[in-house]
Ligand binder design. Structure first.
Ligand code: GLU
Length: 342
């Protein structure tokens, strides 16, 4: 199982054949509180790693400083531990693959950009578009990606680049050639995307020198030896772009498991407006972690409704085939049942 894109080849590990040493990761962004959807993804990432007797890396994705909320990193780490979801390496524990905060890894992203530039795979872009500013955030839907880039700066002459660089520094884009990117997702099965049609040449570095999410996540997952990426399935289209970057940088690609999202009553992906579903609020209301873990496990099809359990009780027999693939709705009435007296 591989994928094709002109001049680039790479071979993600096929589903079902995990490497001997499993390395998974948590990659929270300290820009918003953890909600039950994030916790559900974290539970599954933890179960996948523990059932494979592998290691889990905590990487804090604080790429875009103005969006980072002070104190949130500590709170997120504390809440995951409260749920019983620990890790083996991270900003608080150290480890051989650090640093574990993206804000401290800028040199690595620049080095990767240098390689792409030397290979002629990245080009400077002087367009000022909202999409460039947003590139350091993980795109959680088509609106975050914006329209397909029309290639305005793709063929600028060296003289034109020199002239424009005198006015302001450029952003950098990866050249995306036509072709399909295919991979086998552990949850979703065979996936096929055409990044050249969907997004076109995408931003890898902003003009202010902040790496784009797509570049940072590939550099980090590669350098940290991650063998399986577990995350929300709103990032599925990003995987195609990331596979192009793995190939362009000569890095082996991990396996991917995209987990269905938790949606609110309105059918929308959980977001800040569903405040009642934040982990902090449930915790402050006196909800026991076992009740939250049980609810999340039931929503995945891993335990009967009404279960209260520790995460470790779910490790034995965990398998992606047992995870229900559709979006999970956690109705407020069910949540209310968690609350004391509810
Ligand atoms: N930090 C990203 C987010 O919280 C997740 C990125 C990933 O898992 O690749 O949205």
């Amino acid at each position: 199982m591989g994928y094709q894109s002109e001049g680039l080849t790479a071979t993600p590990s096929p589903a079902g054949t995990l490497p001997l040493t499993y390395r998974g990761r948590f990659a929270p962004s300290p820009t918003g509180p953890l909600h039950l959807g994030n916790a559900r993804t974290a539970l599954l990432a933890w179960l996948a790693a523990r059932s494979a007797r592998g290691a889990l890396v905590m990487r804090v994705e604080d790429l875009d400083p103005p969006r980072v909320r002070p104190g949130l990193e500590a709170r997120i780490l504390d809440e995951l531990r409260w749920l019983g979801l620990g890790w083996d390496e991270g900003p608080d524990l150290g480890g051989g693959a650090g640093p574990y905060r993206q804000s401290e890894r800028g040199g690595r992203y620049q080095a990767a950009l240098d390689r792409l530039q030397q290979a002629g795979l990245a080009y400077p872009c002087f367009c000022s578009r909202a999409e460039i500013a947003a590139a350091s955030r993980a795109p959680h839907g088509p609106a975050d990606d914006g329209p397909r880039y029309p290639g305005t700066c793709r063929e600028l002459t060296a003289a034109e680049v020199a002239r424009r660089s005198g006015t302001r520094p450029p952003a950098w884009r990866l050249r995306v050639e036509p072709g399909a990117v295919c991979f086998d997702d552990a949850v979703r099965g065979p996936c096929r995307f055409e990044p050249a049609v969907a997004t076109g040449d995408f931003v890898v570095m902003r003009a202010d020198g902040v790496a784009a999410y797509q570049l940072a996540v590939v550099v980090d997952d590669g350098a940290m030896g991650i063998t399986e990426v577990v995350r929300g399935d709103d990032l599925l289209p990003s995987t195609a772009r990331q596979l192009l970057l793995y190939a362009a940088l000569g890095l082996p690609a991990p396996r991917f498991a995209h987990v269905p999202l938790v949606v609110g009553e309105d059918g929308e992906r959980l977001a800040k407006r569903h405040r009642a579903l934040s982990l902090s609020e449930l915790r402050e209301a006196g909800v026991a972690p076992g009740a939250v873990v049980g609810l999340l496990a039931a929503s995945c099809g891993l335990a009967p409704a009404g279960t209260r359990c520790g995460a470790e009780e779910l490790v034995e027999g965990f398998d992606w085939d047992r995870v229900r693939p559709g979006p999970a709705q956690l109705p407020p009435a069910l949540l209310a049942g968690l609350l004391p007296g509810g």
